[in-house]
Design a protein around this ligand. Sequence first.
Ligand SMILES: [Zn+2]
Length: 300
Amino acid sequence: MLVRLTDTWTEILRRRASNTSTGTGAYAAPVRDVLGQLVAAATLMQSNIKFDGSLILQILGDGPLKLAVVEVQPDLALRATATVIGPVDEVATLSQMVNHSRQGRCAITLDPVAKLPGQQPYQGVVPLVDNQGQPMETVSAILEQYMRQSEQLDTTLVLAANEQIAAGLLIQRLPAQGQGSVDEHYQRISILAKSLQREELLTLDVQTILHRLFWQEQVRQFEPLQRKNAPRFACSCSRERVARMIVGLGQAEAHSILAERADIEVACDFCGLQYRFDAVDVAQLFVASMLQSPGSPVAH
Ligand SMILES: [Zn+2]
């Protein structure tokens, strides 16, 4: 499976760069490239498993890149953001950014649309070190290990991103019984796939890539997803969700924010949209929340 995100990816970058409310601005190149690779990988994984719920791929870092998160819906609507808490060098390696003290983690969450009462989303978490305890330096190595450990699936990933494209190639061995040659075929296809260079993945069209890698193989090609079935940027934030978050803070905390400023302002990390609640809005939120849950303790 091969994905090349152009408009979707540049929209994510454009929104981040123009999000002045958080004061963060555009990503440093190494952060951008890691996030782009995660976006490509999460899109491939969601299309591959055909799961009826959101797939959330996260790297929880212990360095300047504290969090990189991608959320992909079953219809491939997706959003992504990264939280950077310190300076990132232009030539920073992955482990310098996210695995400074070897506490970095990669988490994949599958959150079903239809949940049974009390059902929790499924989550798998792996450290960012290999079997020898050495920090891993590529997003693809981390995810390949995740798929092996958590899903027992042999997976090969080639990922690349720059300021215009986030792209990825996924090769996965299909489950098969009692066929010795399946291993051999997978190994051969995997090695061919891994020979794809970053520049090739970023610059060549799909036909050329497939031909370069697999010209000696019989390739049966499927129609690419188009328009409304194709991956695209969409954010699921809303004023209601932000309101619930403010209620979750509690009345005392909300009032202490309002004592210092006229509004509570919340900007969405994913799309940059700003939500503003003044003192009247906030008072209404808490009245409404108490009417809805008469049994809950009154904030003091
Ligand atoms: Zn949003």
